[in-house]
Design a protein around this ligand. Sequence first.
Ligand code: C2E
Ligand code: MG
Ligand code: MG
Length: 608
Amino acid sequence: MTPNSPHIDVFLKCQTKQLPSTLNEILIVDDTIENLRVLSSILIEQGYKVRKATGGKMALKVVETLPPDLIMLDIMMADMSGYEVCKQLKENPRTADIPVIFLSALDDIFDKVKGFEIGGVDYISKPFQIEEVLVRVKNHLSLRAAQREIYQLNAQLEQRVEERTQQLQKANRRLQELALYDALTRLANRNLLIEQLKQCLTFSKRDETYQFALLFLDCDRFKIINDSLGHLVGDLLLQKISQALQDVLGKNDLIARVGGDEFAILLPNLSKFEQATELAQRILNLLKKPFYCNNQEIFINVSIGIVLSHLDYKDPQNIIRDADMAMYKAKSLGRGQYQIFTPGMYEIAKKLLVLQTDLYRAVKQQEFVVYYQPIIDLKQNKITGFEALIRWIHPKKGMISPGEFIPIAEETGLICEIGSWVMKEACRQLAQWHQQGFTDLKIYINLAAQQLNKKSLITEIDEILRETQLNTSSVKLEITESSMMQDLQTTQVLLGELWKRGIKLSIDDFGTGYSSLSQLQNFPVNTLKIDRSFMKNVDKNGKNLGLIPVILSIAEVMTMDVVAEGIETTEQLEQLRKLGCHFGQGFLFAKPLNAEAATQLIHENPRW
Ligand code: C2E
Ligand code: MG
Ligand code: MG
């Protein structure tokens, strides 16, 4: 041991032989220069790069600055024991992995167990046996190399996992975009709206003064645009509308496309409630100007429902539901306006829903009856026929008038089934009256718009007529002006078919719709039924006849009959007679009657 001997930590370039492994940097630590020399020359001979340290402290410094692949460490050194050096190496994470082989002289008291416990991997006894040294060095370097390879593989694997994670994150973001935004307009979609509404609900839970509002917009008659100008123009229009809407919003407001032609606007922080109505009004004003799509000038209006935040709201879906309900109210009041949601709307909607469910059951269980209201020939002063008017005998609510349930039946599509049943039942009743000898009687049956679009309507009618053996001229079908105008082409074909069969057509509620006279000429119509609203103003002096004389002269020119509906007073009857109106119907003669009462009436053969 020569503590003061000059240390040699020169990097010795090796004269290469075949390297035992890719790792070949060895640090030899020994304070006996002779040992250092012998060992290093053996190893250099074999192609290893060797560094040397002549004491423990120096060894620690060398290892810290440039870690070798293997350390051969003398135990008995003047400045520091090999155990201590090894212990410190193992404690430092940068050096802990480097394998340490202890060097022990025969006369050293080498404690193998302690050596291994501290973290040594092996030991070599002095004097060195060259072969033993080489084998042990080689083995430990290979082990170290293998270990390092595992580390590297692990690191690579981790990196790949990291890369993959990033790719997945990117894909995920894209998916999220798709999940939260509408592809056509790039606006938020329903999902994002719901997320934001949830946040608003959380805010209002924390702060009772916090207020927000939701506007629900639905374009009026958008379907007509799609149907007449095509979906591409429809899509373009939706894009333009969303742009225009965005332009009138504040920067914190959120607009979402929540359905085909439906938008929702969330005002997340209201200072006063009028902000919501003002915005609605601004939107309605904005849409007074036309949009231009593919050189087409398009006017579009919206109906808007507004919901203001309320502490009772717990679920975003309920807020949307209520805004939607208010929007429907706006639509039913004539479109192109806004309505603010009130709890009353909810009650009405709930009732409607119950009624709708009941209606399905009613169809299954045949809870309907047909009532008959006489139509009077005002010239011959006798009953010419009956209008079939459906009634629903609800097991709990009693009789429900068609005004209440026909709109629901139309909405749900049940109207076709109900309509077919009425037709069958009414024709069966008429056939019975004919059998009783009243062969001149006619039946007037109401047809809903949807029935006109039903392909099977004609075959159904043929079937009923065949079964009842009624003459086609005894059946008159009533169609309202508006349902006739809904799909002009289909209607024209269908009415043509009916005409061919000799079935008469009458236009119901005439004067309330928008049919133009030129259109009317194109349809094979026999009868106009003047809506009863015209009758209301007719007084004794015959002053307030309104449009009645005009309608009568139109009918005369077109060689059509006229039935005046809603005659309730003798004065009205007199006026109509004076005007030469041929037929009349109304409470003055009789209310709609059940089959039995109607049969009795025919037998009584009353006069007015
Ligand atoms: P509508 O076809 O215009 O039928 C005439 C309505 O006016 C009937 O109401 C009738 O009771 C009522 N009415 C008759 N005379 C008078 C009167 O002097 N004064 C007043 N205030 N009202 C009078 P109802 O039976 O409630 O039917 C309402 C509407 O429901 C019908 O109007 C018709 O559009 C529809 N409807 C009835 N039955 C059917 C049906 O089987 N199928 C279809 N699609 N609609 C039907
Ligand atoms: Mg009618
Ligand atoms: Mg009518």
